[in-house]
Design a protein. Sequence first.
Lengths: 287, 263
Amino acid sequence: MEEHVSGTPAPASRFSFLLQAPLPRSYTNFIGRKFFLFFLTIQGIGAFALITMGVMVRKLRTARSVTMPLAFQELARSGVRLVPMFVFVSLVLGLVVIGETVSWASKVGATRFLGPVMVLVVVRELGPLVTALLVLSRSGTANVIELGTARALGEVEALEALGIDPVHYLVVPRVIGMAVGIFALAVYFIIGSLVSGYLWAFLQNVPLRPGDYFNQLAQSLTWLDFATLALKSAFFGVAIAVITCYHGLAQPLRLDEISRATVRAVAQSVVACVLIDALFIILYLAV
Amino acid sequence: MEQPTSHPAPAVIEMTGVAVGSLRDLQDLVLEDVNWTVRKGDFWAVGGMHGSGKSDLLFMTAGLTPPQAGCYRLFDFEMPIFEGELLKERLRIGLVFEDGHLLHNLTVRENIALPFRYHKHADWHELEKRVNALLELTELMHRADVTAINLGRNLQKRAGLARALALQPEVLLLDNPLGGVDLRELNWWMNILQQLSTGKGIMEGRPVTLVVTAEDLRPWRERASRFAFLQNKRFFEVGGARELEHHTEALVRELLAEGTTKN
């Protein structure tokens, strides 16, 4: 600062005072608050996930005539009813991936890599992740709104008064339904993308017979791909269900707070899915 | 209607020095040092102005929230009981919310059947029979397959009563059942509670112990056997109908719509 006042600052240190000056208190408060909120959210969601898993195990045989239909209902919502949308998106994804790949691979005569590329891009990565994000947008948001409304209207207290565990009745079926739904949709999605990929290659006059293409796919797939697909999509389902249910249920909401809770739940679910995906990539590369 | 003093009925609810927290924030105490004994067969009316803690008292009594201090025993079991083997003891008490608090995505029939389906392993025929009896009792048969959210407020309250009765509770807590009802509905509630209190009709000779909260004690003068009121975070027991009529506390006179002048 003194150099600046004297009017003869050295060029390199002209702005050094900016680095040395303490940050304004409000900024540090802001960052500190964000960090605390972040850790509190992690703690809350972690505790909620553990409670949910505990209830799922302890009440495995309790009131199955009530909870199983709810799980099937959730499976229909997070799975069966989304099939038309997934067929469409899988066709588009297959065309996009193969279209891009064909245009580059055919230039260097490497069309024999179409199968491995599809396995790498669609089966291992995009299939489960895109499925999870689409289910989040359709069913995850509905979870927060439904549960937030139920909480705001006192339905959770009504369940407790009837001796019904709200986590058992409202959360567990959603976790089961969403985990199974995302896994099933991911499988359909991948099959759709692989088939549409070949159709695109066929339309591009790529000299590749169906037998060769599917042979390439079969040779590129390992048992680890199947295990990763099942585990990853189930983890995505559990994470989305737990986070969206947490934001809908874990704290008393007023009706006007539900929209904010939905935005928070979607953002955190996306982050959770990306982190899970990254974790699986690391594990996959390590194996 | 008052209980004989020589051989009192067994206590079903016993509170000693209990502090009650708000449902939204348990640390926020709405009542302190509550000493209250409800005996089998009693019909209590607890009066208090809006925000005096009536609902929170019932929520705590029903086991939704734990007492923040003191000792609360329900059927001689220490509360709170949230789950486990003792849950069946807690289910001997039922709660009717002021607005019914039905599950909005279920029909009236499904709402009433829910506690029975969750807790009992009965066959479909028995379930149908029980639910139909409750629908008839609350005169909701014609609206049985309507989703709860499409039901009028008065009928939601009736459905809430039917759902609370599904497990045949021995004690029934009703949160301001006459709040916002018209005269015809008021008479319906009075008749139904009289039936429950005397054990007629659906209760098959088994009288239900009743606790109602109210912002207006006039309708309960002739019905309830015991009275209390809430004021300044305290629970005050009044006694029977005779004591109520002669009580000099200003709030009691207000709850009886007789002005605020102290004698």
